[in-house]
Structures are given as C-alpha cells and as structure tokens.
Design a protein around this ligand. Structure first.
Ligand code: SF4
Ligand code: SF4
Length: 375
C-alpha cells in the first residue's frame, strides 16, 4: 500500500497505487434541490449505452429517493454498517477509509450484490415514512422528508474498482481522469463490482466482462457534456473540470462551487475514494443525515445555498446549470447576466440572473381574443 493525500478527508491515507493525478480531472456538480426524479437522465443513458443484451439491469445513471431508496438494494447502508464509526475531527476524517479497513489480504472493504439486490430499482421511491406493516406503527411526531439523489460513476481520484482489479483491466485516463474498463483485458472476476462502494460497475453475463459509466467520453472529447447532463429536465447538473484545492480558480465553475464557496460536496467522502461528482445538499433534510452523506461541511453548504438569492455571483453560476450542452470551463458575471465560456474565453452562453416577467394585455390586439395571464 502507498501513502497518498486525499483532500476531501484532510489527510494522507493508504491506497494500493501511488498518487497519480491526471492532467485534468472530469468533475460535476448536481444540485439536489432541483431534481424532480423524472428519470430522464436514467433513460438518456439507458438508450445510449445500456440497451444491449446482458445490460438489462444496468443503470449507469440512477435516481434514488433518500432515505429509503437505493440501487442496488441497501448498497450504502450495508457498507456504512460494515465500516463502523466514522468520526470527523473538524474537517479531518478520524475514522478508517474503505482501503484502511480492508481485511487482511484484500485491497478494499467491499461486498458484492446478488441478483435480488438488483431487482428493485425504484424501491422506496417517493417514500417519506418507510414501510408500515405487520403490526408495526409510526411513532409520532415523524419527520416528513425525502429527496432525490441522482448518481453516476464518480470517476474517483482513488477508484476502488481500479485498485480491486487483479488483472489491471481498469484504468484512469491521464488526459481527463475518466475511469474505464478495458473490455479486452477484463476476465469477469467481478472484484470491481465488489470493490466499488457506489456500486457503479456492473457485470455483463453475456460478454463475461464488467461495464461501467464512461462519462460519455466521445462527447467530452468534443467539449460537450454527457447525455445525462444535457437531457436533465430539472437543469440540476453542470459538468466541467476540477483543480486541486491549492490551484482552485475563482472563474472555474466547479472550483468555485466546490473549493471556494464549498457549497457542493462529495458523496460519502469518508469512504476515501475522492469522488469527483459533487452535490449541493438538500436544504430540507436533517443536518445529521446530510452530514453522514456529504461530510462535515454539509450544514454550512446548506446555509450558503439558502443565501444564494442575495449572492449574485453564486446565483448567476447556478443559472448556468442546464443552459448549454457545451462544457463550461470558465464563467464571468457582468451586472445582471452571467456568461459561460470555454478555456480560451470564447463565450458559449449568456443567461440573465433573473428571467424577465412579461404581463401581456388581457385582450390580444391582433386576434381580439381574451388571454389568461397566470401569475
Ligand atoms: S433528468 Fe435531472 S431532474 Fe430528472 S431525475 Fe435526472 S437529475 Fe433529476
Ligand atoms: S464510483 Fe465506483 S466505478 Fe466509479 S470510479 Fe469510483 S470506484 Fe470506480
């Protein structure tokens, strides 16, 4: 095991391979508060990449309702229990990561789902109370809340799938940090399925190989955001590039949200993988739940997000979500508009901070028909 630095847990940790960061790292921010669980992202991915034989059960993108939803079943709860105590000392993680908690002879603490675990992709959907049956009862008062968690592969800096593979079939591209399975090398041992805590590698029984989200790299190579991003109805997603904290640029949208404003946080940072998909936590979920999912910065992130309406730079950047299919590398606000640009500064899109409100005359002068204006 090598010693590597993981900025998300504020310390060094053990990992199977030495630290090797790509030239630039693909990353994304998802605003949970705007997701409506329409599953358009799920279908956009499904019809693009996993409509073949042996892929029927695969959801490279899925959207689960928290706290009761999960795909595969209980993937997170099971691992959180296996890992045990997960204390933070300020912003420094004081517990063990999945690599540090690996049993003797293994590279990562993990488990492999069975067929049953993949049989209920929408379990817990829209459920805020849990199942009440067989004489059980709700104890009152009961907090009524749930939220939708959209998930793809996190293209982690320290991927557990990659470190678990005994054949070295999984690699992280040096040019963009996207994690891929070499289909020619893979022999279907499924150690990656066991190792990934987010369960974002899937075994194809027909090809005998493992498959996973490829971040739509043919689109990324052309400067275009992935399918699940450009098709998102709620406009909750923004893809781009993330720097290391010490190199954060205030005009890079992902750096600004993650490193500078700290309003977007990784999912289960305590696992130790340094995942590169970040979430703006739900403002209405209990603080303790957000903290378990997103780490010690969750409460402050919620506070910052709640104040975004009085914060033109942050509000402006949030308006850029879902505004263009191109990858936005830089952004700049000028008065009441915000522009997204490519790396060279060429403008890709410009949006207003506030959509103009137009109240039309009650009678259309052209057709002489009466209109109804909805406030
Ligand atoms: S398309 Fe967007 S809004 Fe709809 S479920 Fe997916 S992430 Fe949520
Ligand atoms: S989320 Fe899982 S599959 Fe994706 S890179 Fe991380 S460990 Fe690998």
């Amino acid at each position: 095991m090598a010693r590597v630095f993981n900025w998300q847990i504020g310390r060094e940790m053990s990992y199977w391979y030495p630290e090797s960061r790509p030239k630039r790292q693909f990353a994304a921010v998802l605003d949970i508060n705007k997701c409506i669980a329409c599953q358009t992202c799920t279908l956009a991915c499904k019809t693009t990449w996993t409509s073949g034989k042996g892929q029927e059960y695969m959801l490279w993108n899925n959207v689960e309702t928290k706290p009761y939803g999960s795909y595969p079943l209980a993937y997170d709860v099971k691992l959180l229990e296996m890992l045990g105590g997960q204390e933070w000392d300020g912003n420094r993680y004081a517990g063990r990561t999945l690599f540090e908690a690996a049993p003797a002879g293994e590279r990562v603490l993990g488990w492999r789902p069975g067929h049953e675990d993949y049989s209920y992709p929408n379990t817990g959907e829209d459920d805020c109370a849990g199942q009440v049956d067989h004489g059980e009862h709700l104890s009152l008062p009961h907090a009524q809340w749930f939220f939708y968690l959209a998930r793809i592969c996190n293209h982690c800096t320290y991927p557990a799938c990659l470190s678990s593979c005994p054949r070295g079939s999984i690699y992280k591209r040096p040019e963009d940090g996207i994690v891929l399975v070499d289909q020619g090398r893979c022999r279907g041992y499924q150690e990656c399925v066991r190792g990934c805590p987010y369960k974002k590698v899937f075994y194809n029984p027909l090809t005998g190989t493992s498959e996973k989200c490829i971040a739509c790299f043919p689109k990324i190579e052309q400067g275009i955001q992935p399918q699940c991003f450009v098709n998102c109805i709620g406009k909750i997603r923004l893809a781009g590039w993330i720097s290391r904290p010490e190199n954060a640029r205030p005009d890079n949208p992902i750096d600004y949200l993650v490193h500078i404003r700290k309003v977007a946080l990784p999912l289960f940072p305590q696992f130790g993988l340094e995942p590169n998909v970040y979430y703006i936590p739900p403002v209405h979920a209990p603080e303790s739940f957000n903290r378990q999912l997103f780490g010690p910065g969750a409460a402050q992130a919620v506070k910052t997000y709640r104040e975004a309406a009085r914060d033109p730079d942050l509000a402006g950047l949030l308006c850029l979500f879902g505004s263009t299919e191109m990858l936005v590398s830089r952004f700049r606000r000028a008065s009441e508009t915000v522009a997204g640009t490519d790396e060279k500064g060429a403008e890709l899109v410009r949006v207003p901070l506030r959509e103009p409100v137009v109240v039309r005359p009650a009678r259309d002068p052209r057709t002489q028909l009466v209109r109804i204006n909805c406030p």
